[in-house]
Design a protein around this ligand. Structure first.
Ligand SMILES: NC(=O)c1ccc[n+]([C@@H]2O[C@H](COP(=O)([O-])OP(=O)(O)OC[C@H]3O[C@@H](n4cnc5c(N)ncnc54)[C@H](OP(=O)(O)O)[C@@H]3O)[C@@H](O)[C@H]2O)c1
Length: 255
């Protein structure tokens, strides 16, 4: 079993740690460091707080999980040269990571928040990894969900669809539940129904050979009530609304 070190213990690091712990990684194999929160978090989760230098020495895989503008300052004093370094720093390229860390074994990732329940979607791009480091990274990523080898030029789009995507799916669930409430369902029940409907439909799509488009048509018989609803979505330009929001997300990420 590999050991994992997190430099930075904020929202994303905690989501990843929760996923690893849920997956059965022993808490003693998770090392953390940060100036203010690490000790308290270690007491809460049972993971091990240590100095950055000790963490680098004790960890097979080192996750950079602080804010992007802190990169130089934090890694400069550390000896990361032969280390497997996994960055979650948004917008920081492999080239910049290589120059700052001096490591040749780097994986740039973009995880989404669902890593906390081992259902994450993670984009990654890497330098050429040794066979051992490749195995360690694959095991780490498998523990957190599904990972996709994506060219760095596509990270911004991936980030809009998968990184921000959970917020948009929550928005759809809230809207579906609210529409149910407006038409007579009790609010808590409406939320449960909408949530399970989205979960079951995603699972149905995943297990099916059909496309999402074909499955829409399979649910909607001609002249039926679902067809009336789908036609109304089209009249309201639902697809264009989604495309517009994704573009707004991508443009903002480029700022
Ligand atoms: N949140 C997301 O959904 C998300 C998604 C994709 C990518 N990311 C990326 O993940 C990274 C972290 O984001 P976040 O949302 O988790 O940030 P965050 O909650 O603000 O956490 C930042 C962390 O950096 C730590 N830190 C500050 N100075 C440090 C130092 N000198 N050495 C070590 N650690 C230090 C802080 O420690 P203290 O608490 O001790 O001050 C804190 O734990 C960012 O680069 C972001 O681009 C985040």
């Amino acid at each position: 079993m590999s050991t994992y070190g997190f430099i930075g213990t904020g929202n994303m690091a905690q989501a990843m740690m929760k996923g690893l712990l849920r997956q059965g990684v022993p808490a003693k194999d998770i090392h953390i460091t940060s100036p203010r929160s690490a000790e308290k978090l270690a007491a809460e989760l049972g993971v091990v707080a240590m100095s950055p230098e000790s963490l680098v020495a004790a960890s097979d895989l080192v996750v950079l999980a602080f804010l992007p503008n802190q990169l130089e300052k934090i890694v400069q004093p550390l000896n990361l040269q032969d280390k497997l370094v996994v960055s979650v720093l948004a917008g920081v390229t492999l080239e910049t990571l290589s120059a700052a860390t001096k490591s040749t074994q780097i994986v740039r990732t973009l995880p989404n928040v669902n890593v906390a329940i081992n259902q994450g979607v993670i984009a990654y791009a890497s330098t050429v990894l040794s066979a051992t480091h490749e195995k360690v990274f694959q095991q780490f990523a498998d523990s957190l969900g599904h990972h996709f080898d994506v060219s760095e030029s596509q990270f911004a789009t991936f980030s809009a669809v998968a990184g921000s995507g959970p917020a948009y799916v929550f928005k759809f669930i809230a809207a579906l539940a609210q529409a149910g409430t407006q038409n007579g369902l009790e609010a808590t029940l409406a939320t449960k129904i909408a949530t399970q409907t989205v979960l079951g439909s995603a699972e149905m799509l995943k297990q099916s050979d059909l496309t999402a488009q074909a499955l829409q048509n399979a649910v909607a018989s001609p002249g039926g009530s679902t067809r009336a609803g789908l036609d109304d979505f089209d009249t309201q330009n639902f697809d264009a609304v989604v495309a517009h929001a994704i573009l707004a997300t991508i443009k903002h990420k480029h700022l």
